[in-house]
Ligand binder design. Structure first.
Ligand SMILES: NC(=O)c1ccc[n+]([C@@H]2O[C@H](COP(=O)([O-])OP(=O)(O)OC[C@H]3O[C@@H](n4cnc5c(N)ncnc54)[C@H](OP(=O)(O)O)[C@@H]3O)[C@@H](O)[C@H]2O)c1
Length: 425
């Protein structure tokens, strides 16, 4: 039987969760334990899905029942044959499922304790999988970084997922785990310095440096998201209203302005990705961030011209994506299924530096790893899913969650054991 800590957390108190919700969640989670598969990977035939299948094959405890899911049985067979050739001990079952066939998604969710999905762009292909999991009390992990999808998932499925006991966890890759889990690691270090507890305002900044390239699927998702600014704004506004209601605790994003800060790596450009939204959501819901938490998210450049060049480049791409014929041309530039080769990924790396201040004290922490977009992303996704499927104290709560809201410190322990760096500097 799982030990559920959700009803004792700040999340439940602030959100007004009541015992009956807890009991329903408990029922949902124990029901999920009797499923045919502990884990199902939907999208196993894609680039990132393939890396995730390899990681699971190598790291799932022997005897774990798991499955690969997708729309093309021949491609699924080929992935399983690759795993078999690599000597994987517990070979997966296969499930045919298509995002255009809701019954197939429901059947996939019904027989799985956790569904991982790498089928994107999520704004087009993701909602049916979330619905199936929320309805069937199935835990869910994805790789989206698309604000519209994340926000709509929160406003549309939080209540139904809470009722069935499902943990619906978005952004389990480079978007947003290093930032979400890194902020938790940093407030833990800050609390230690402050004698065990944070009582005042916390100001934290996270600064990303990275080297790597992207896959066709990431390109398709990014250009699609850039081309939907109105939909993004609308979804964000409604999600913010829902959050203010669910978690009245004060946590907010710092104003986004470029600046120079030698301690944090030079010139810093604001990074208005989904990451700060996820960090602040965790800070509202999880104990330990103090009563008033503020977070700023940046990317570092070595010089002012480099920073300005980067901002103009991204701004130009966002502008170009507003014009449909140009957007369609951009979408043709990288095709679904492509991705960086192993030699390129082996040379890729990332580092996120955090600085947090409160009560006259300051700490600096670092999260670092290898190829951010694919090898480490596959690892982070698989470790989050294994945390939900296999660890006895997980998930910490039900509903639509951030990775930290779902797994808290256990996620950091797992990622450290898997070779990622989390350290105070
Ligand atoms: N946030 C991050 O850090 C991060 C990192 C990496 C990737 N991602 C995201 O992950 C997603 C996948 O990226 P990728 O490069 O792996 O993409 P990909 O190689 O194009 O893979 C897409 C997968 O979706 C499947 N699919 C497409 N339409 C489907 C349908 N109708 N029914 C069932 N399956 C369908 C494809 O199946 P077939 O093989 O049958 O075509 C394939 O398995 C993207 O949204 C990307 O942005 C995020």
């Amino acid at each position: 039987m799982h030990v559920i800590q959700a009803p004792l957390s700040m999340d439940s108190v602030a959100g007004g969760w009541v015992d009956c919700v807890f009991l329903i969640a408990l029922k949902g989670i124990s029901m999920a334990q009797s499923r045919k598969y502990s884990l199902t990977l939907f999208g196993a035939t894609g680039f990132t899905g393939g890396l995730c299948a390899d990681y699971l094959g190598q790291h799932l405890p022997k005897g774990t029942s798991w499955a690969l899911a997708g729309r093309n049985p021949a491609k699924l067979e080929a992935v399983r044959a690759r795993l078999q050739a690599a000597g994987v001990a517990s070979l997966p079952g296969l499930i045919e499922a298509d995002v255009d066939d809701q019954a197939s998604l429901n059947a996939m969710a019904e027989q799985s304790k956790v569904v991982i999905t790498t089928v994107g762009p999520y704004v087009f292909y993701g909602e049916g999988v979330v619905r199936a999991c929320a309805d069937h009390g199935t835990h869910y992990c994805d790789l989206t970084g698309e604000p519209e999808f994340v926000c709509n998932t929160l406003t549309r499925y939080h209540d139904s997922a809470k009722k069935t006991g499902a943990a619906i966890v978005s952004c389990c890759g480079f978007d947003s785990i290093p930032h979400d889990a890194g902020a938790l690691f940093t407030v833990r270090a800050l609390a230690k310095k402050l004698g065990g507890q944070i009582n005042g305002q916390v100001t934290m900044e996270g600064v990303v440096t990275a080297s790597g390239t992207f896959s066709g699927g990431t390109w398709q998702s990014a250009v699609t998201a850039f081309g939907r600014p109105t939909e993004n704004r609308y979804a964000m506004k409604h999600a913010q209203m829902a959050l203010n209601h669910q978690y009245p605790k004060s946590a907010r994003i710092l104003p986004m302005r470029p600046k120079k800060d030698a301690e944090l790596g030079g010139w810093l450009a604001p990074m208005p990705t989904i990451d700060p939204f996820m960090v602040v959501r965790s800070a509202r819901a999880v104990d330990g961030y103090g009563p008033d938490f503020r977070y700023g998210h940046f990317i570092a450049a070595k010089s002012l011209p480099m920073m300005l060049g980067g901002m103009v480049g991204i701004g130009g791409l966002v502008l170009a994506a507003q014009i449909k014929p140009i957007r369609n041309k951009l979408l043709e530039y990288r095709q679904s299924g492509d991705g960086p080769p192993k030699e390129k990924r082996d040379r890729s790396w990332f580092k996120v530096l955090f600085r947090a201040k409160s009560g006259g004290e300051q700490v600096m922490c670092e999260v670092a790893g290898g190829d951010p977009g694919y090898d480490e992303t596959a690892k982070m996704l698989a470790e989050t899913a294994m945390c939900l499927a296999l660890d006895s104290s997980q998930p910490k709560r039900a509903g639509v969650l951030t990775p930290v809201m779902a797994c808290e410190d256990r996620l950091i322990e797992r990622l450290q054991a898997a070779g990622m760096t989390f350290r105070e500097i």
